[in-house]
Design a protein around this ligand. Structure first.
Ligand SMILES: [Zn+2]
Length: 70
């Protein structure tokens, strides 16, 4: 019984730790990258609006992490 409650606690922890990550993308039709930071070098030449999106949404749109970061 003790093991079971520990297991439940363990999984509850995983769920709460899984936060939604937002990334920054240039709202240009040709933008293929997402950025972890809004003041990234890769965004400095964005002439469109910089928008915040869910990382999963960015990935679904085929965007990949910008080359300036990591
Ligand atoms: Zn970037």
């Amino acid at each position: 019984m003790k093991t079971l409650s520990l297991l439940i606690l363990f999984f509850a922890n995983i769920i709460t730790c899984k936060e939604i990550t937002t990334v920054y993308v240039c709202n240009s039709p040709g933008a293929k990258k997402y950025h972890n930071s809004s003041d990234c070098r890769g965004l400095s030449n964005c002439t469109y609006k910089i928008i915040k999106v869910d990382i999963e949404k960015a990935k679904k749109e085929g965007k990949t992490l910008c080359g300036w970061e990591k």
